[in-house]
Design a protein around this ligand. Structure first.
Ligand SMILES: [Mn+2]
Length: 319
């Protein structure tokens, strides 16, 4: 793998103009990795032009500012981060770049870039960027470290998930040692939220439906979102808060998004592998954290049934 990292470093060193892109509907890992890598590149090569593109997410504004993509950027070096397929890259077509690199920790879907470094055992792409800095001459900075740490703790839910491995802790320790970053500041930026969101979380807690096979789900309508003044991304962002409930081994939120005229679906699991099932419903993701979009309540019913079946199988195999 170190050979691959050297190759990525060489491409970065050669390029004058670098475009960093990630998936639509960005989370802290997608944003922290791209914005963190930008800091690292500029810290090492101050004269390069580095752009981080894609639509902004107001919730994660503290991670840094984004650049507007324009057609003239197609002659730069593209680095796609945290995105397994071309159609999910936000705001540009990766195939139009002559030079492109992918750095991703999702299970492989398709080849979209000339050079691809995929590690589906990595907890986060933030972790992969730290690894890249460790093994090459790229120089970490405190500002970069804080963005990467935000991505890493968001994707591992503060080291709670199975993806948090010895390597994750090792690289985190390296990050702390190298940069002396302020982790409490990051927690406060990432986790402080308005009271009305906590009230909404209370609503969610009270309203999960639970099947006998331990699948918990909640369908959230436009009216409910309105009543609590939250947006359609909020339930999905809160899904990790409903881990460690005895009666729910797999749990999901189905949130109606009036702009997309469809349901945003977020799913988590504490046991059964869910991404293969979810991919049959047009989605994808990781073994225990997955999502998709669905048009109708009928499709929701089918997905719940499919999740119930894999959970039932898992329960009979593990008991
Ligand atoms: Mn990620």
């Amino acid at each position: 793998m170190q050979w691959g990292l050297k190759k990525i470093y060489k491409e970065i060193k050669k390029a004058k103009k670098i475009v960093l892109a990630r998936h639509v509907g960005p989370d802290p890992d997608a944003l922290g990795s791209t914005l963190g890598l930008k800091e690292i590149i500029l810290n090492t090569f101050p004269n390069k032009k580095v752009y981080v593109v894609g639509s902004p997410a107001s919730k994660f504004k503290f991670l840094g500012n984004l650049d507007k993509f324009d057609e003239t950027m197609y002659d730069g070096l593209l680095i796609v981060i945290d995105t397994p397929d071309a159609k999910r890259v936000d705001g540009l077509d990766p195939k139009r770049f002559k030079k492109s690199i992918k750095i991703d920790h999702h299970p492989f879907i398709e080849k979209t870039c000339k050079i691809e470094w995929i590690d589906d055992k990595a907890s986060s792409t933030a972790q992969m960027i730290i690894e890249l800095a460790l093994h090459t001459k790229l120089k970490l900075s405190k500002a970069a470290a804080e963005k990467l740490y935000a991505g890493l703790i968001a994707d591992t839910n503060r080291f709670l998930f199975k993806y948090a491995t010895a390597k994750t802790f090792y690289l985190t320790s390296y990050l702390l040692e190298e940069t002396n970053m302020d982790i409490t500041k990051i927690y406060s930026e990432l986790y402080t939220r308005p009271y009305h969101e906590i009230k909404f979380k209370g609503y969610m807690a009270q309203n999960f439906n639970i099947t006998p096979n331990k699948v918990g789900y909640i369908i959230i309508t436009e009216d409910i979102l309105k009543a609590f003044s939250v947006d359609a991304a909020t339930p999905g962002n809160m899904i990790n808060d409903f881990n460690y409930i005895n009666e729910m081994l797999v749990w999901a939120t189905f949130t109606y998004d009036k702009d997309l005229k469809s349901y945003r679906v977020s799913i988590r699991s504490r046991g059964p592998v869910i991404n293969e099932t979810v991919s049959k419903f047009g989605g994808g993701g990781h073994m225990y954290a997955s999502g998709t979009r669905l048009k109708t309540e009928e499709e929701i019913e089918h997905l719940i049934k499919a999740l119930d079946e894999i959970t039932s199988k898992y329960l009979s195999e593990t008991s």
